[in-house]
Write a protein that binds this ligand. Structure first.
Ligand SMILES: NC(=O)C1=CN([C@@H]2O[C@H](COP(=O)(O)OP(=O)(O)OC[C@H]3O[C@@H](n4cnc5c(N)ncnc54)[C@H](O)[C@@H]3O)[C@@H](O)[C@H]2O)C=CC1
Ligand SMILES: O=C(O)[C@@H](O)C(=O)[C@H](O)[C@@H](O)CO
Length: 330
């Protein structure tokens, strides 16, 4: 990026556009929140009021929660301006990166992206926030597919660190590198993934969320009990270990056997293990115990590695107020 904190634009002043605007304004960027829909002046004025009120609230809340002195909230908010559709060209033409956040409808996105890309500065990057549409299904609409890619933020965008970045077949490697650098500079954690349905998190969480809903439907436990289990077990561990590393901890063999049992007991293919789990089982690549699993532990100091991970789990126990001192001898 030419400037250290280049101007950013969000196309579509809805939930994601506003959330991304909060994140960049917080990090010192000027942000144009560009309305993607032509509206009469009174309707635009109402949208502008509502968007600025929401962004201001979010910034004030972050301050009140201790991230900064809330007295600065208004000066952070002043970095954001809401721009009517008729003035889009001026705002988009100044942005180094434009994040498109219009509704998840293919033709609507293509149309918005085509129009935006024609107004952007040479060299600027265009990223779609789509949750589901593949980058290669959108890129034919844009003026320069080499500078186009998907950047899937998670909601609330100004809090969740992850952004799943998905380049298409025509995205230039330099575009990916520049966007990742920008995201990292504002405290985000970008992860690159193929143009594959559901990226990483929606693909994982859709299965898990449906299974949680199914357990309520089947009367396995109440919604409250299932969510306690998620917060204090499922989420507790995966937040430290990740999922593939956790397979290595528990052992790929456990997953292999659990998958076979659950496929039979629940009578559904959705529990069948993929070929890689079966192959790893045959090849003895079952994780920490064999020194190889999804990750390679060869040459690592396993004791200090385990200690580091346990330390992170203990930190989470403390954060939850669940770390208790031992009962010491009298
Ligand atoms: N809401 C969420 O949790 C997440 C949403 N996304 C994705 O972000 C994108 C935007 O989603 P949201 O911000 O939630 O939507 P939203 O409905 O809050 O905002 C969409 C914006 O597009 C505008 N718009 C509506 N109809 C339009 C039209 N015909 N032409 C042009 N603009 C129009 C709206 O006025 C609004 O400003 C979607 O692709 C969605 O899949 C990605 C991650 C999370
Ligand atoms: O914040 C999120 O995780 C969203 O980005 C989503 O993509 C949706 O919630 C999706 O995962 C629903 O399955």
């Amino acid at each position: 990026m030419a400037s250290e904190r280049p101007p950013i634009a969000c196309l579509g002043a809805g939930r994601m556009g506003r959330g991304i605007a909060v994140g960049f304004a917080y990090a010192g960027h000027e942000v144009a929140l560009v309305d993607a829909k032509p509206r009469p002046p009174e309707a635009f004025a109402a949208l502008e009021r509502e968007a600025l009120a929401e962004i201001g609230d979010a910034l004030r809340t972050l301050g009140e929660l201790g991230l900064f002195d809330p007295a600065h909230a208004d000066s952070l908010l002043s970095r954001v301006r809401v721009v009517p559709e008729a003035a889009a060209a001026g705002a988009l033409g100044k942005a180094a990166v434009v994040f498109e956040g219009v509704p998840e409808i293919l033709d609507l996105k293509r149309d918005a992206l085509a129009r935006a890309s024609a107004m952007m500065a040479p060299g600027a990057i265009l990223a779609s926030t789509t949750s589901t549409i593949l980058v290669d299904d959108l890129s034919p609409a844009v003026a320069d597919p080499a500078r186009f890619l998907n950047a899937h933020w998670l909601n609330p965008a100004y809090i969740v660190p992850l952004v799943e970045v998905s380049p298409g077949r025509d995205t230039a490697p330099e575009t990916l590198a520049r966007l990742n650098a920008l995201l990292e500079s504002v405290g985000k954690v970008p992860v690159t993934c193929a143009a594959s349905p559901g990226f990483i998190v929606p693909r994982l969480q859709t299965l898990a969320m449906n299974e949680a809903a199914r357990m309520v439907e089947e009367g396995v436990a109440s919604a409250e009990e299932i969510d306690r289990a998620v917060k204090y077990g499922f989420g507790f561990r995966f937040g430290v270990l990740g999922m593939l590393e956790f397979i290595d901890w528990g052992g790929g063999d456990i997953l292999y056997h659990a998958s076979r049992y659950l496929t039979g007991a629940l009578g559904h293919e959705r529990y069948r293990a993929p070929e890689v789990i079966e192959r790893n089982m045959r090849d003895g690549r079952i994780g920490l115990r064999t020194g190889q699993g999804f990750l390679d532990y060869a040459g690592r100091d396993i004791d200090s590695y385990r200690r580091q991970r346990l330390g992170a789990l203990v930190e989470r126990l403390r954060a939850e107020g669940l770390a208790k001192p031992p009962v010491l001898p009298d």
